[in-house]
Design a protein around this ligand. Structure first.
Ligand code: TXA
Ligand code: MG
Length: 338
C-alpha cells in the first residue's frame, strides 16, 4: 500500500516535502507531469532506479529519462552540449520534450541502459517541477504503467496496477497533454525524432533539419538497430482485437468503418461521426482532445466484451503523428489505409 497525497484541488509546495524525502530515501514516487504520470526515483541512486525496472517489469535495455528542474541539473548529468542542443533546450524547456544528450560518467548505467547518452527532460507541470527541486536530484521516471500497457494519465486508471508497486502516490488530476514527451536526438547537427509527441516536426524545424525515422509508423523488427530502444517493444495494446482505419477521403473512411462493424464491435471516432455507427464513442474533436483522451479510452476497452474495436485514424501530421504512432502500436500494427 502506497501513501496517497491528493493535490487535485488545493496545492502548495510544502505538501511535497514528504514525497521528496521518499525520493531521497531511494523509494518510488508516482507523480504527475504535463504529459503522463511517471514512476520516479532518485536518478543518481542505482539501487533506487533498479526498483523502477522491477515495478514496471521493464526490459533492462530500455533507458530511462532523467527529469530536471533547472539548467544546472542538466550540466550535472550531460556533457558536450552543442549550440543546437542548447538552443533547443532554451526554447522548449520546461515542456513536453526530451533531449538525448551525451552523458556524464557518474550517471548510473542502469538509467541509461549502458548507452553513452542520457535522455533529459524538464517538466512544466508545477508538481513535477517542485518535487524535483525539493528532492534536489534528477528524478528518473518512465511512464506510469506496467510495461506494455497504455501510460497512465490519471490516478484512477493506474491505482490498482501500481498501488502495491510504489511507495507514494501524488494525485494531481488528469494530465494535460495525455501522450508522452517528444524524444529527440541531435546527430550530425540534424534533429532526429525518436518518439513523436506534443512538440511537433513543425515546432522543431525552425531550429534545423528534422528527420523522422521510418519506425515511427512501422513495425520494428526485434533485431533492428533503433535509436530509441523503447520503440522495439509491444506497447499500449488492449487484449481485445483493435483495427486502425484511415483514409484521407472522409466519406470513404466512414463507409469502410460501417462495412467492418458488426453487432459486437465498438467504433472509436471523432465526435461528429458518432451518429454514423451502431455502437460508437468519441475520442474528441481536435488533435489536442484526442491526445488527452486516448490512453484512458484504450484502458477502458478490455472492461467491455467486444470482438473487435475499430479506431478511426487521423492524418499523421503535427500532433497527429504522435497519435498515429501510439494507435498503430495499440492495434498491434493491424492497420488499414484506404
Ligand atoms: O512524457 C514522458 O516522456 C514521460 C514522463 C513521465 O516524463 N516519460 C516516459 O518515459 O514516457 P518512458 O520510459 O516510458 O519512455 C522513454 C522513452 C523510451 O522509448 C526510451 O527508449 C527513450 O525514451 N529513451 C530514454 N533514454 C534514451 C536514450 N539515452 N537514448 C535513446 N532513447 C532513450
Ligand atoms: Mg512508457
Amino acid at each position: 500500500m502506497a501513501k496517497y497525497l491528493d493535490l487535485k484541488k488545493t496545492y502548495n509546495k510544502n505538501a511535497l516535502k514528504e514525497a521528496s524525502r521518499y525520493i531521497k530515501e531511494g523509494k518510488l514516487v508516482l507523480f504527475p507531469t504535463e504529459t503522463v504520470y511517471g514512476i520516479g526515483a532518485d536518478g543518481l541512486n542505482a539501487e533506487a532506479v533498479k526498483k523502477i525496472f522491477i515495478a514496471k517489469g521493464r526490459a533492462s535495455d530500455n533507458p530511462l529519462i532523467l527529469h530536471v528542474s533547472n539548467y544546472q541539473m542538466i550540466e550535472q548529468i550531460a556533457s558536450d552540449i552543442t549550440p543546437l542542443e542548447k538552443k533547443l533546450i532554451t526554447n522548449f524547456f520546461p515542456g513536453p520534450l526530451t533531449i538525448v544528450l551525451k552523458r556524464k560518467n557518474h550517471v548510473p548505467n542502469v538509467v541509461t541502459a549502458n548507452l553513452d547518452t542520457v535522455g533529459v527532460r524538464m517538466p512544466e507541470n508545477k508538481i513535477a517541477h517542485d518535487l524535483i527541486a525539493l528532492a534536489n536530484t534528477p528524478i528518473a521516471a518512465p511512464s506510469a504503467n506496467i510495461s506494455g500497457r497504455p501510460s497512465g494519465t490519471n490516478i484512477s486508471d493506474i491505482f490498482d496496477e501500481l498501488n502495491d508497486k510504489v511507495d507514494y502516490i501524488i494525485d494531481g488530476g488528469e494530465t494535460k497533454v495525455g501522450l508522452e514527451s517528444t524524444v529527440i536526438k541531435v546527430i550530425d547537427n540534424e534533429i532526429h525524432i525518436l518518439r513523436p509527441g506534443k512538440i511537433t516536426y513543425d515546432d522543431l524545424k525552425k531550429y534545423g533539419k528534422v528527420v523522422i525515422p521510418k519506425h515511427i509508423l512501422k513495425e520494428v523488427d526485434k533485431n533492428d538497430q533503433v535509436l530509441s530502444p523503447g520503440m522495439k517493444y509491444k506497447h499500449y495494446a488492449p487484449n481485445t482485437k483493435c483495427l486502425l482505419v484511415y483514409s484521407s477521403n472522409h466519406n470513404k473512411l466512414i463507409a469502410k468503418m460501417q462495412e467492418l462493424e458488426t453487432a459486437n464491435t465498438l467504433v472509436i471516432t471523432n465526435e461528429k461521426n458518432i451518429k454514423n455507427f451502431k455502437n460508437a464513442i468519441s475520442y474528441g474533436s481536435t488533435l489536442d482532445e484526442i491526445s488527452h483522451n486516448i490512453f484512458k479510452i484504450l484502458r477502458s476497452i478490455d472492461k467491455k466484451n467486444y470482438e473487435l474495436v475499430i479506431i478511426e485514424g487521423v492524418k499523421a501530421e503535427g500532433l497527429g503523428l504522435a497519435i498515429m504512432n501510439r494507435l498503430i502500436r495499440a492495434c498491434s500494427h493491424n492497420y488499414l489505409e484506404i
